[in-house]
Design a protein around this ligand. Structure first.
Ligand code: CA
Length: 220
């Protein structure tokens, strides 16, 4: 099972390292950004399961990041970090169905509870990802091609899942590497190409297209 991936947008080093360390220890995989524009750009990649968003951020404030995400149709769950004094400004922009907030200073357990509550509904809804005649069962971690069951290793499944969640989009080697193997993995490694080869053997040679100089794209 891949760990849920949490994007942390927070410009205060002390808070971001506290969050980063705590969430990793709780079993999540994390990425920290320090400004609103980067937060928006990364939140739109589809690589994350939840965004922890500070309101006071350089380049673009958190509320504007949230509004733009929603305007573009993103349903990424967002947990907002806010100073008590900012609370009034924020409540108007909050979509209560998808978002939550924690006021600073907060206890880590409080944030963790909010994050778990926001992650759960999406995880329960979705049991299968489909593209063409291929289906990925997110519970059993198996794939089906037409009527045929196909065994995928844990890495192969994780890689397939990234492609299915970003169907039609080009994914760079770096994105795939960081998503499936972790941000600390050697960027010079050819492991992505090797595993794309494995997936082609199992899902069909044309399932994944090489986009020269850019990366790979699902073609199912
Ligand atoms: Ca801040």
């Amino acid at each position: 099972m891949g760990a849920a991936r949490i994007l942390i947008a927070e410009d205060e080093d002390g808070i971001s390292s506290f969050l980063d360390g705590g969430l990793r220890a709780a079993g999540f995989s994390t990425k920290v950004v320090e400004d609103g524009s980067s937060a928006l750009a990364l939140a739109r990649t589809g690589e994350f399961d939840l965004l922890v968003l500070d309101l006071g951020l350089p380049t673009r404030d958190g509320l504007s990041v949230l509004e733009e995400l929603r305007r573009q149709g993103s349903r990424l769950p967002v947990v907002i970090l806010t100073a008590r004094s900012e609370l009034d400004d924020m409540v108007g922009g909050l979509d209560r169905g998808a978002d939550d907030y924690v006021t600073k200073p907060f206890r880590f357990e409080e944030l963790l509870a909010r994050i778990r509550a926001r992650l759960r509904p999406g995880a329960a809804e979705e049991t299968e990802l489909r593209a063409g005649d291929v289906a990925l069962d997110l519970f059993t971690r198996r794939a089906r091609v037409g009527e045929r069951e196909v065994e995928l290793s844990a890495r192969e499944f994780a890689l397939a899942e990234v492609f299915f969640r970003n169907s039609g989009g080009v994914l760079s080697r770096e994105q795939l590497l960081s998503h499936v193997w972790g941000y600390d993995y050697d960027p010079g490694s050819n492991v992505v190409d090797v595993y794309v080869g494995y997936l082609r053997k199992k899902l069909g040679d044309d399932a994944i297209e090489t986009v020269r100089g850019m990366g790979y794209r699902l073609r199912l």
